[in-house]
Design a protein around this ligand. Structure first.
Ligand SMILES: Cc1cc2nc3c(=O)[nH]c(=O)nc-3n(C[C@H](O)[C@H](O)[C@H](O)COP(=O)(O)OP(=O)(O)OC[C@H]3O[C@@H](n4cnc5c(N)ncnc54)[C@H](O)[C@@H]3O)c2cc1C
Length: 433
C-alpha cells in the first residue's frame, strides 16, 4: 500500500469496520502544541504506549495519518498469540540463553496487559480464550513439542499438546495430525480494542488527532518538533509507531523493515450451531506452515479466515479467489459459502522475525517489526517504552540491545531476494516436509 493512501477518513472495508463500536471522527491537528510525549501512529503500538504514559501522568498527544486502528491493528486476525514471531528456542540459538531468559520472561506480558485493560476500562471487544497451533506433519508436531517444553521452562503453565483426536475437539477437520493449545491465547475484535484503548487514553486527558500525517520530525533545541501539513507538536520525547505504513518519514528506520501484506475473508453469518460444530473449542487457530492459514469464528457466528503473505505489501487481484480454496479445504462443508468481506493489510517484517525496538538519539524511540505476530507484542512494547521514558530502560534494552540484521538486498532488492528465499519454505509446505 502506498503512503498516499494513508490520509483517509475511511477504514478499509473489513468485517471490523462494519461492526465497530463507534465511527466518530476526531479532529485534525491544525495548531502548534507542546506536550511531554508525542506518539506517531494510532495502532496498538501507539495506543499502548500512549495509554501507559498517560497512566503514569504524562501529557501525551497521538498523531494519526488516518483513523484510530486504520493500520494492521484494526484489521488483523484478532488472534492473541503469546510470545513473538520467532520462538524462544530460536531466540536462544541466535542470541544466547541470557537474552532468551530475559525475553522469555516477557512472553506473556502483552496478553496480560490486553486482558487487564479490557477489564479495567470495560472494553467491549468480544474477548475469548484459547489459541491452537495446528500441525500437518510429524516434523511440525516435533517443533510444537519443543516449543511447548521450552515455554514451560519459562513459566508458561497453560499449554497442552493435542493429539489427532484431541485437536478435533477444537477444530472439526481432518487436515491436522495434532497441535498445541495455549489457554492463555485467545481472540478478539481488534478494531474495537483499539477504539477502547483510545477512549481510555482520552479519559485520562490524552489527545488523538486523526487524518494528520506526520511529514517529518526534527530537533528543536533539546526537544523534538513533529510536523504535519497544518500543525506541529513539540515534545520532550517522540515515539514512532507507524510500523509497515510509515514509509520514508523517518529515514533512519525506513529500511529496517519490509512491509508484507496478508489477507482475510469473512463468511456470511453461519449461525451458532454450525459454528459450534465446526469449531467446538471456540479458540482461534493458526497452522504451522510457512505460508500459514489463521482463522476463528466471530461473535456474530461467521468464519473469519486469513492467510498468505506477499513481500512488499502488494494485494492479490482477488482476495476471495486466493483464500477460498484454503477455507474450503479446512471445512469442506462450507464449499460455495457466501463471503461478505475481503480485505488486505500490511505488517512489518524484520530479518530475524523478532520485533525491533530502538532509539534515534536521546529523544526519539521506535517500536516496529512484529513480523505478523503483533497483537500481544505491541502491548508489551508500549509498556517498555513507557518504562524507558520513565528512566527504567532495562527491559526495553533487552530488545534494543539485540544485534540488528539488515534485510538482504537493501531497499531496492530486499523484496525480490526475500521472495526467492521464501520459495524454499513454500515448497516445503507443499511437500509436507
Ligand atoms: C491482515 C493482518 C492480520 C494479522 N493478524 C494478526 C493476528 O491475528 N495476531 C497477531 O498477533 N498479529 C497479527 N497481525 C500483525 C499485527 O496486526 C501487527 O503486528 C500490529 O497490529 C502492529 O501494530 P502497530 O501499531 O505497530 O502498526 P499499525 O497497526 O499498522 O499502526 C500504524 C499506524 O501508524 C499510522 N501512520 C503511519 N505513518 C504515519 C505518519 N506519517 N503519520 C501519522 N500516522 C502514521 C498508520 O495510519 C497506522 O494507523 C496481522 C496483520 C495483518 C496486516
Amino acid at each position: 500500500m502506498q503512503q498516499s493512501s494513508l490520509l483517509t477518513s475511511n477504514h478499509t472495508e473489513s468485517y471490523y469496520a462494519a461492526t465497530a463500536n463507534t465511527t466518530a471522527l476526531r479532529n485534525r491537528l491544525e495548531s502548534d502544541i507542546e506536550v511531554d510525549v508525542c506518539v506517531v501512529g494510532a495502532g496498538f503500538s501507539g495506543l499502548s504506549s500512549a495509554l501507559h504514559l498517560a497512566e503514569l501522568g504524562y501529557k501525551v498527544v497521538v498523531v494519526e495519518s488516518s483513523r484510530v486502528g486504520w493500520g494492521a491493528s484494526g484489521r488483523n486476525g484478532g488472534q492473541i498469540v503469546n510470545g513473538f514471531s520467532r520462538d524462544l528456542i530460536e531466540i536462544e540459538g541466535r542470541y544466547g540463553a541470557d537474552a532468551a531468559k530475559a525475553i522469555g520472561e516477557m512472553a506473556l506480558t502483552g496478553g496480560d496487559i490486553i486482558r487487564q485493560r479490557i477489564e479495567k476500562y470495560n472494553i467491549k471487544c468480544d474477548l475469548k480464550s484459547g489459541n491452537v497451533f495446528a500441525a500437518f506433519t510429524p516434523k511440525q508436531m516435533k517443533g510444537l513439542e519443543a516449543m511447548c517444553g521450552n515455554w514451560q521452562k519459562h513459566g508458561h503453565d497453560q499449554l497442552e499438546m493435542l493429539g489427532v483426536d484431541q485437536i478435533r475437539e477444537h477444530i472439526n477437520t481432518d487436515r491436522y495430525i495434532g497441535g498445541l493449545l495455549d489457554r492463555k491465547g485467545g481472540h478478539l475484535h481488534p478494531l474495537n480494542l483499539c477504539q477502547g484503548e483510545a477512549a481510555a487514553f482520552e479519559s485520562l486527558g490524552g489527545i488523538i488527532f486523526e487524518q494528520s500525517s506526520v511529514t517529518g520530525i526534527q530537533p528543536l533545541n533539546d526537544r523534538q518538533m513533529v510536523k504535519t501539513a497544518q500543525g506541529s507538536v513539540t515534545a520532550n520525547k517522540v515515539v514512532v509507531c507507524g510500523n509497515a505504513y510509515l514509509g520514508n518519514v523517518v529515514p533512519e528506520i525506513a529500511n529496517k523493515i519490509m512491509p508484507v501484506s496478508t489477507q482475510i475473508i469473512t463468511t456470511e453469518v453461519l449461525g451458532k450451531s454450525l459454528c459450534q460444530r465446526l469449531m467446538p473449542g471456540q479458540t482461534c487457530v493458526e497452522d504451522t506452515n510457512y505460508m500459514l492459514d489463521y482463522y476463528r469464528m466471530t461473535a456474530d457466528h461467521r468464519l473469519l479466515f486469513g492467510g498468505g503473505s506477499t513481500y512488499g505489501g502488494a494485494e492479490p487481484s482477488s482476495i476471495v479467489n486466493k483464500l477460498r480454496p484454503h477455507l474450503e479445504k479446512t471445512f469442506p462443508e462450507l464449499k460455495g459459502i457466501g463471503i461478505d468481506f475481503a480485505w488486505s493489510g500490511n505488517f512489518a517484517l524484520t530479518m530475524t522475525r523478532i520485533p525491533h525496538f530502538g532509539q534515534i538519539g536521546e529523544n526519539v524511540f521506535f517500536i516496529h517489526g512484529y513480523s505478523g505476530h503483533g497483537v500481544t507484542a505491541t502491548h508489551l512494547a508500549g509498556k517498555l517504552i513507557a518504562q524507558a521514558i520513565e528512566g527504567q530502560p532495562e527491559q526495553f534494552n533487552h530488545f534494543s540491545d539485540l544485534p540488528y540484521y539488515p534485510l538482504p538486498g537493501g531497499r531496492l532488492f530486499r523484496v525480490p531476494l526475500s521472495v526467492i528465499g521464501s520459495w524454499w519454505y513454500i515448497a516445503r509446505d507443499k511437500l509436507g516436509v
